[in-house]
Design a protein around this ligand. Structure first.
Ligand code: SAM
Ligand code: SF4
Length: 333
């Protein structure tokens, strides 16, 4: 086994959590993520092959101290090789934490295969329980598929099933309590995510976004929330026990309560670029080097160099903030 070199940055943070985007394509069109017509998808030839993805993950795990791998996108369930990629990643170690972030479409069909391949759990995105609102937000009439997908994941043991919800002003901002009651009843762990300036349309407005503060206030009307863990550590969600537990709810307040100082994440895009932050304006090309014949050592060196330039914070709250060129769906959320 080669020597481990941690993915450290200049501020003392070490990345151990790798988010791997398997495609920038998606079968939904969430309004806060991409326009109705979709985006200019990456040309097929630019997307890493299954072989290339697994090679880079192996370098991350064997040489660079990665302990957690989260597959995302775009929609990772539409990546044909997903189950095989999960299986080969699991072979790198029983103690690796493996999860998928998905919109849940098709999960009913795939949950058992994913669990058998060694996946630990899933995060499913669902912003509303109302079919008409779901259609408005995602521009597709598919809420039943998502609900069936969540159930199948739970039954397949991909637990705890986490549910990510983004509240949008005037659209679903009256649903915080209903979503939590539903999640608690189904033994899903709900996480609210503050809307971030990562949409392809550049439509995000600070004065329109729903804040963590508001979410706490709304939830407080129906539930008693008490902190579930102190300190929060590198976990992005502030976690609370619901009515004394054991159910919990999390709020990921990337905008109003940034947690950059404790960040332990690094991202690999579907086209093989390392990003040291969701909001980074620079990427480091591993695909080019890999296809030019770089050795594992050389690829690890490039990856380490990419981490060294990680900025102390995302800067969303600075007047000079510039949204990254690529939207969330292309970076891997
Ligand atoms: N398609 C999968 C899904 O929806 O779960 C994975 C990719 S998606 C980009 C990952 C997560 O990012 C989802 O939970 C989604 O709600 C969230 N997301 C997308 N755009 C966002 C934005 N502008 N602000 C906050 N969260 C966003
Ligand atoms: Fe697709 Fe996920 Fe973006 Fe929705 S949030 S459009 S499901 S990538």
């Amino acid at each position: 086994m080669s020597t481990q070199r941690p993915l450290a940055d200049a501020y003392g943070r070490v990345a151990t959590d790798l988010r791997v985007s398997l495609t920038d394509r998606c079968n939904l069109r969430c309004s806060y993520c991409m326009p109705a017509e979709g985006l200019d998808w990456l040309p097929h030839a630019e997307v890493l092959t299954d072989e290339e993805v697994v090679r880079l993950i192996t370098i991350g795990v064997r040489r660079l101290g990665i302990r957690e791998v989260r597959f995302t996108g775009g929609e990772p369930l539409i990546r044909r090789g997903l189950v095989d990629i999960v299986r080969r990643t699991r072979e790198l170690g029983e103690d690796l934490e493996l999860s998928v972030t998905t919109n849940g479409l098709g999960l009913e069909r795939m949950a058992t295969a994913l669990a058998q391949a060694g996946l630990d759990r899933v995060n499913i995105s669902l912003d509303t329980l109302d079919p008409a609102r779901f259609k408005t937000i995602t521009r597709r009439d598919r809420i039943d598929d998502v609900l069936r997908g969540a159930k199948a994941a739970h039954e397949a043991g991909l637990t705890p099933v986490k549910v990510n919800a983004v509240l949008l002003r005037g659209v679903n901002d009256d649903e915080a309590g209903d979503l939590l009651a539903w999640a608690v009843a189904h033994e899903y762990e709900l996480r609210f995510i503050e809307q971030m300036p990562l949409d392809a349309q550049h439509d995000w407005h600070r004065d329109r976004m729903v804040t963590a503060e508001e979410i706490f206030e709304w939830l407080g009307r129906d539930f008693t929330l008490t902190p579930a863990r102190e300190p929060r550590g590198s976990a992005p969600a502030e976690l609370f026990l619901v009515d004394g537990g054991p159910a919990t709810v999390g709020v990921i307040a990337s905008v109003t309560r940034p947690f950059c100082g404790d960040c332990d994440r690094v991202r690999l895009t579907a086209d093989g670029q390392v990003r040291n932050c969701l909001f980074a304006r620079e990427e480091s090309d591993l695909r080019g080097a890999l296809r030019a014949g770089a050795s594992d050592d050389e690829l690890a060196d490039r990856w380490l160099a990419a981490m060294a330039t990680k900025l102390p914070g995302h800067g969303i709250n600075d007047p000079s903030f510039l949204q990254p060129d690529r939207p969330m769906s292309a970076i891997g959320g």
